[in-house]
Design a protein around this ligand. Structure first.
Ligand SMILES: NC(=O)c1ccc[n+]([C@@H]2O[C@H](COP(=O)([O-])OP(=O)(O)OC[C@H]3O[C@@H](n4cnc5c(N)ncnc54)[C@H](OP(=O)(O)O)[C@@H]3O)[C@@H](O)[C@H]2O)c1
Length: 284
């Protein structure tokens, strides 16, 4: 059987790097993309892993990475839109520039890469797109309001694309992690908590401290921190198996889904039956 190829964004650390290793270990070709490939020392050692530059906000770099990947491996079967970042701040504490920067990466970045890869999948008559969103994409998350709104955007995009592309044999899925201790997810998160007047900063600090303890308690499973590898494994499962459109992961995520009444998939199935022509609605 021909080797399949996955293109993954944000492979310098965290879930992206783990996903690149996971696909490689399962025998796939991997186009492991990142903003600074010259710093990468681990993925460059692996066979059939092309480490190349891709900044999701730079469409030229996307086109170049896609062309390089196709020239090396012949095709792209799976796109994993993983690149993204968070930040703890009240809405008023984030500058217009910081909000737009976050949307450029977390929302328009996903659209930019999907726009470059979907035509290739359409011409081959198959493919899968997996968007790494967040549980913050389905709930209002105080102290991460802009981040949460960016992930809500990608959750909505994922569901609509899942329905748009299902008739073309292209599956679109989201992986929605709860809180995981990835390499640098926390690195930039508290920068803005001190911005603003006294009332705002006091409120932000109190809220952030409380929320951090709630999130940490919920994310710990059996006394152990959640293992980021399980997110990489779920990404792989979405690339190869039969999964719902939205895929929460983590003990905290499961707890929140129960509070929300369980999986959204029965609703998505009904929606598909309503909005798609009858012969095209009968898949997950
Ligand atoms: N960890 C969690 O608890 C958690 C929970 C829910 C969702 N998530 C989501 O999971 C995804 C991966 O995050 P992570 O936790 O693995 O954090 P991470 O270790 O910080 O990884 C984030 C990756 O995104 C890359 N990136 C940022 N901006 C980019 C851009 N403009 N173009 C290309 N790559 C860019 C980073 O690259 P550089 O090295 O160049 O900065 C890095 O490789 C994100 O979408 C995040 O929102 C994480």
């Amino acid at each position: 059987m021909d080797k399949k190829t996955a293109l993954i964004t944000g492979c310098s650390s965290g879930f992206g790097k783990l996903a690149a290793r996971t696909f490689h270990d399962k025998g796939w070709n991997v186009i492991a993309t990142m903003r600074s490939p010259e710093r990468e020392t681990e993925l460059t050692e692996l066979d059939d892993v092309l480490v190349t530059r891709l900044d999701v906000t730079d469409t030229e770099s996307i086109d170049r990475a896609v062309a390089e990947g196709v020239s090396r491996f012949g095709r792209i079967d799976v796109l994993v839109n993983n690149a993204g970042y968070g930040g703890n701040a009240l809405f008023e504490q984030m500058s217009d520039e910081a909000i737009r920067r976050m949307y450029d990466t977390n929302v328009f970045g996903v659209m930019n890469v999907a726009r470059a890869v979907l035509p290739l999948m359409r011409s081959r008559g198959e493919g899968r797109v997996i968007n790494v969103t967040s549980m913050a994409g389905v709930l209002g998350f105080p102290t991460a309001s802009v981040y949460a709104s960016s992930k809500h955007a990608v959750e909505g995009l994922t569901e609509a694309l899942a329905l748009e592309y299902q008739p073309l044999n292209i599956l679109v899925r989201s992986v929605m992690p709860g809180a995981y201790p990835t390499t640098r997810f926390d690195a930039n998160v508290d920068d803005e908590l001190g911005v603003g007047d006294e009332q705002l900063t006091a409120h932000a600090t109190a809220l952030a401290t409380h929320i951090r303890s709630v999130v940490e308690t919920m994310a710990v499973q059996g006394g152990q921190q959640a293992d980021p590898q399980e997110v990489a494994d779920l990404i792989y499962e979405c690339a190869t198996g039969d999964t719902p459109v939205h895929n929460p992961i983590g003990a905290d995520a499961q707890m929140i889904m129960e509070m929300m009444g369980g999986s959204r998939q029965p609703f998505v199935d009904q929606l598909a039956g309503m909005v798609l022509p009858p012969q095209e609605a009968a898949t997950k």
